[in-house]
Design a protein around this ligand. Structure first.
Ligand code: SF4
Length: 232
C-alpha cells in the first residue's frame, strides 16, 4: 500500500484540492472520511466535500474537554450544510481509570501523562472511527508546525494502516482564510480572539501577535513534542 500512496502522491501533488477530493471521494466512496478537528483547514475541507458529495462521512472526536465555542461550531456547520458531523467519544471506563489514578488535569504534569490523556480521549476513539475506512482526509499544512514539514498530499499512514490525504498541504494560512471569507464557511469564533489553533480547552490558549501558529497548543512543551499522536 505504501507503493500505492507514492504513486498516487506523484500524480496528485500540486493538484487543486477540489480535484484531489473529487477523485478520492468517488474512487473510495463509503471507505473514506474527513477526520475533522474543526479547525479552519477542516472547515474548508468540509465546505469542499459538501459541494462534491454531501453524503460523505465527516467525523470529529469529542474528547469531553472541548471549548463551548467548538460545540457551537459543530451545530452551525451541520445547519449550514445540512449534514451531521459524527461524534466519537472516549470509553468512559478508560477516562474514569485515568482520572482516578492521575487527576483530571494530568496533562500539565509530564509529557507521558499528556500523551496518556490524548491516547484515551483521542487515539482510542479514533481507532473506532477508522473501522471500515481505507482513506482518511486531514487538514494538515506544512506551514503549521515543524512536525508537519515532510507530510505529502497522499501518504501511507503506517500506524493506522490507511491512505492519508492532505489536500491542503501546500496552502498558506492566508489562502485558507481567503477561502473561508469567499465562501462564507463557518469557523470557530475563538479564531477572532487570538486562537489560531484550537484543541481541548485546558491545552489551548491565545497567542500573541507574531507568535508561532501552534504556540498556544500545549504551550508548556517544546515544539517537537506538540502532536497528540494522531499524525505520527
Ligand atoms: S489535548 Fe489535552 S485535554 Fe485533550 S486529550 Fe490531549 S491532553 Fe487531554
Amino acid at each position: 500500500m505504501k507503493e500505492v500512496a507514492v504513486r498516487l502522491n506523484t500524480f496528485f501533488r500540486k493538484k487543486k484540492a477540489e480535484g484531489v477530493l473529487e477523485y478520492f471521494l468517488k474512487e473510495y466512496k463509503g471507505k473514506i472520511a474527513l477526520a475533522s478537528s474543526l479547525g479552519i483547514e477542516d472547515q474548508v475541507l468540509t465546505a469542499m466535500i459538501c459541494r462534491i458529495d454531501p453524503s460523505a462521512r465527516i467525523f470529529t472526536l469529542d474528547t469531553g474537554r472541548l471549548f463551548p465555542e467548538t460545540y457551537s461550531l459543530i451545530e452551525r456547520t451541520n445547519q449550514a450544510y445540512g449534514i451531521h458531523i459524527q461524534l466519537f467519544f472516549p470509553d468512559y471506563r478508560e477516562v474514569e481509570k485515568m482520572v482516578a489514578l492521575h487527576g483530571v488535569n494530568l496533562f500539565y504534569e509530564s509529557i507521558e501523562k499528556r500523551r496518556l490523556c490524548c491516547h484515551v480521549r483521542k487515539l482510542t476513539p479514533l481507532k473506532r472511527a477508522f473501522e471500515g475506512l481505507q482513506v482518511w482526509i486531514c487538514g494538515l499544512r506544512h506551514e503549521q508546525s515543524v512536525t508537519r514539514t515532510t507530510n505529502q498530499t497522499v501518504e501511507w499512514d503506517e500506524v493506522h494502516g490507511l491512505l492519508k490525504l492532505n489536500p491542503l498541504i501546500d496552502w498558506t494560512e492566508t489562502e485558507v482564510w481567503e477561502y473561508i471569507r469567499q465562501y462564507g464557511v463557518p469557523y470557530n469564533r475563538l479564531h477572532d480572539q487570538g486562537f489560531p489553533s484550537i484543541g481541548c480547552q485546558p491545552c489551548t490558549r491565545a497567542v500573541k501577535p507574531g507568535e508561532d501558529l501552534r504556540a498556544g497548543r500545549w504551550w508548556w512543551e517544546s515544539p517537537e513534542h506538540k502532536e497528540c499522536g494522531l499524525h505520527r
